[in-house]
Write a protein that binds this ligand. Structure first.
Ligand code: NAP
Length: 260
């Protein structure tokens, strides 16, 4: 038997995610982001190696967004050359260009356009988990209606699960009230909202930025896999999406979590 990462089903769906997912911001965008050091986008060959390493380590999904520059175009081109079919967790509603920065639009027509672009770029006809890519205004009527739109996509069988990537406690509460399957949040917001999750079976939490975009690893006193293990002990945390374009970092982070 191979070495495995734990996989868990998103409640009320047939979608299983590995406890670690691979984030793809650094595959497609290197401007206006909060990493401690500048970096060049990886070459196609390097990206294929990173994706194969993640697959070998037991990662079963990639986290992406229409706001991640050319990440989806690159994934659409390169995933057929990788030894594994990854599931996709994708975010829509935020648009980014280096000229205009981030612009958010959660109207149905814009979300529909984002979803179609996502399917086209990734060359897929189904997305396992689709989230609204929210900014700080994550609990208004536009978000409420956006979640209804995602629910309809799920009912039509075009996506397997839906929810929000939230920034505020109010956004999390709206996601909980809207039948969402998943919320994606940073560790600080998880600490603030943990009690809200204690009594409900869904939504399941995906943690993003567990390493604070790499900042907490700079002094090398923090053990990255211990950080991940601590979060994964929490009942409501289904998975953690980590960003990396470095094969040895991926191994260092994930190998200690694997089970024989
Ligand atoms: N929903 C949202 O609004 C949202 C926002 C931000 C991010 N995300 C998602 O969450 C993912 C993770 O976020 P993130 O990339 O900002 O933060 P992160 O996972 O906290 O940190 C990633 C950074 O840590 C570095 N790193 C990883 N392992 C390391 C190790 N063992 N030693 C030293 N450095 C290490 C990586 O550099 P190397 O590349 O050199 O390994 C990378 O720069 C993103 O890729 C994206 O998919 C979602």
């Amino acid at each position: 038997m191979g070495i495995k990462l734990t996989h868990s089903k998103i409640s009320n769906t047939n979608i299983s995610l590995s406890e670690i997912g691979l984030g793809t911001v650094k595959f497609g965008r290197n401007t206006d982001i909060k990493y401690p050091k500048p970096f060049d986008l990886p070459s196609d060959n390097d990206l294929i190696k990173i994706l194969n390493t993640a697959a070998e380590l037991g990662v079963n999904y990639l986290d992406t967004a229409v706001a991640y520059g050319v990440a989806n175009q690159r994934l659409g081109k390169l995933l057929p050359k990788v030894n594994k079919k990854f599931k996709i967790v994708a975010k829509i509603g935020e648009h980014y260009s280096s000229q205009s920065g981030s612009v958010y639009n959660f109207t149905r027509s814009s979300l529909k356009g984002d979803f179609e672009k996502l399917l086209e770029e990734l060359d897929l006809n189904f997305i396992e988990c689709l989230l609204l890519h929210c900014n700080d205004n994550d609990c208004g009527d536009d978000i409420k209606d956006g979640l209804k739109f995602l629910k309809q996509l799920k009912q039509k069988g075009l996506i397997g699960a839906y929810g929000s990537s939230c920034k505020t406690k109010e956004g999390v509460m709206l996601a909980l009230d809207s039948d969402s399957d998943v919320v994606m949040i940073e560790p600080n917001l998880f600490s603030e909202t943990q009690k809200l999750f204690d009594d409900c079976s869904n939504p399941n939490v995906i943690i993003k930025k567990a390493f604070s975009s790499g900042n907490i690893l700079l002094n090398q006193k923090v053990n990255p896999s211990e950080v991940l293990k601590n979060y994964l002990e929490e009942k409501s945390i289904l998975s953690i999406v980590i960003g990396s374009i470095n094969n040895s970092h991926l191994r260092q982070n994930i190998e200690p979590l694997q089970k024989k």
